[in-house]
Design a protein around this ligand. Sequence first.
Ligand code: HEC
Ligand code: HEC
Ligand code: HEC
Ligand code: HEC
Ligand code: HEC
Ligand code: HEC
Length: 505
Amino acid sequence: MSGDRASKPSSLLRNPVSLLGIAVAGVSTAFGLPMMFLDMFSRRTHPYLGVLVYLVLPFVASGGVMLIVLGVIGERRRRRRQPGLLVPPLPSIDLNRPAHQVATVSALTGLMVLVVLLSVTGYRAYHFTESVSFCGLVCHQVMKPEYTAYQHSPHARVACTQCHVGPGASWFVRSKITGAYQVYAVALNKYPRPIQTPIKNLRPAQETCEQCHWPAKFFGAQQKTFNHYLADEANSPWQIQMLIKVGGGDPKVGAATGIHWHMNIKNEISYVASDERREVIPWVRVVDPEGHVTEYMSTEQPLTPEQVAKAEVRRMDCVDCHNRPSHIYRPPDRAVEEAFDAGRMDRSLPYLKREAVRLLAEPYATEAQAKQAILKRLAAFYQAEYPALSREKAVAIHQATEALQQLFAANLFPEMQVSWRAYPNHVGHLNAEGCFRCHDGLHTSREGKVITKDCNACHTILAQGPPEEVAGAKLQEQPFRHPVDVGMDVTEFKCSQCHTGTSGL
Ligand code: HEC
Ligand code: HEC
Ligand code: HEC
Ligand code: HEC
Ligand code: HEC
Ligand code: HEC
């Protein structure tokens, strides 16, 4: 008997490490498979289930397989070193023996099933890590501001990766490498608050935005109505109607004018920013279609030629204006005005604009704290200042409170220090410098050309004033009229010097 045993040594798998590996691989597969089918046949990908099934369990299962192999290698070494212990020879396969035929076929079938399973998992893992729910929800504390703002944006149905990764293998690999670092940064709580912007390695707009938007498409002039409300007792409305000369166009087809044409198609415009966020732009270069080069320098904050030579020159593209196509954080005054427009807050409540802006603009440590403060203080204001009205309009005050809490949650994220201040919008020039970063009338070339601040270069105002007045007025080009007299010609200044997103305070 004992001789028989010696000639048939026990399997190399019989060692503690391999046995542990078998257990780990077996248990994780037994758990993972049903969950994967569950996920494949359910309509929505649940982010945490996805992380478990496509990232954690495959990792654990491969760990188990590694343990099995390591255990076998270790066991082999151990038996070789100790005389008297036998190492089993590699199996010899004889396909003429029926038993071996069966064994070979089952081994091959098993292998094929494994390969299919692995590719399905890999494919699903790829789709899962590209999904909006993975990007937006898995590290929800970190991505909450971007995900929330995204859901309220015109691009709410465009996947994160269509702007942030785009098509092609090399950007896919890059995104997975930086993605792996981001997972590490989140796990160890090492990420910056707010997340730094602009994103340094954002893919060029030609390869993302222009997959859907056709830059030469001619938009013509767009008529837009801006509804404002002053911070007075009546929340007096003020309307501005204007034509924005978006333009665009292909000279081969016809009309070619306007903002998109000048800034994006006809000329190659590059610039140097003196801050990380590209808010301050002292130097701009234009190369026109004939190859003439014009360089403009800000007379306010000029750079020396050495500074320009050393600086990183960026070619302007879509995101230099449309830097918030999807993550739009409204300043308090805009947010409140939009809520008035939508009828979500009763405009007949005295001083509601002023009080609402004040409550949104306050610094809070957490969203919960902000909501609590809004709940208490809006009601308290009306109780103290308008006691009769506060009883009469209790419902309207309650609705305004709820709307204000929602506005806070959609636009301000104290935990991540995200707000309109951290991420200003570069289209326009009212609440941030935006176009006026260059179009401030102070950027001058050596030949004496100035980047225009002409109020009619980008748009023409057709009507302005209280809405009843605008409704009756003939639409015609007219100079800008500031809604309140501030004792000076405001067009001499940058609007954002006074309009910091909390106007009226
Ligand atoms: C329509 C295109 C688009 C979509 C869709 C999109 N983003 Fe963005 N994202 C941008 C642009 C443009 C920026 C700003 C780049 C800059 O200023 O350099 C940005 C910036 C960011 C930032 C940096 C912080 C900031 O706000 O500047 C994060 C984080 C981010 N996006 C995450 C996401 C997530 C998560 C999703 C999906 C839920 C998503 N993005 C969907 C275009 C997009
Ligand atoms: C996957 C396709 C897709 C990609 C990629 C995409 N967009 Fe869009 N974009 C759309 C669609 C569709 C709309 C129209 C949405 C609507 O009107 O509801 C739109 C609307 C817009 C608008 C008008 C918004 C408004 O307020 O009406 C702007 C500006 C814009 N996109 C800029 C960008 C920029 C900049 C990028 C690149 C960072 C980009 N888009 C990437 C599909 C896309
Ligand atoms: C110089 C700044 C600038 C650049 C660069 C720029 N845009 Fe615009 N774009 C504007 C302005 C201003 C508007 C008018 C939007 C408004 O008033 O809200 C606009 C409007 C749009 C609209 C909306 C048109 C509509 O009918 O609603 C889309 C879409 C758009 N841009 C896409 C792009 C894309 C894609 C690129 C890059 C190829 C680009 N833009 C480059 C400034 C710019
Ligand atoms: C990086 C600097 C820079 C920014 C930011 C910028 N522009 Fe310009 N823009 C220029 C330069 C430089 C020219 C002059 C081109 C030339 O020399 O013909 C110009 C020209 C124009 C023109 C043609 C003006 C004319 O004289 O007819 C329009 C329209 C325009 N820009 C719109 C915009 C709008 C709208 C924005 C903001 C959304 C904007 N630009 C932001 C640099 C900038
Ligand atoms: C370089 C282009 C450019 C120049 C120059 C310019 N604007 Fe504008 N302006 C814009 C754009 C783009 C918007 C639209 C922003 C938007 O769609 O939210 C805008 C919006 C406005 C609005 C409406 C803002 C609101 O939210 O109600 C007013 C008012 C205005 N501009 C006044 C002026 C005045 C006054 C001047 C001259 C001192 C001027 N603009 C010069 C590009 C320009
Ligand atoms: C010297 C400071 C100052 C400058 C510069 C200034 N404004 Fe104002 N603006 C005010 C004040 C104060 C109000 C009244 C706020 C209120 O009662 O809500 C106001 C109100 C407005 C309103 C009514 C809506 C609102 O937000 O209250 C508009 C629209 C407006 N300004 C546009 C502009 C534009 C466009 C420019 C740049 C051309 C500009 N302003 C420059 C101080 C300024």
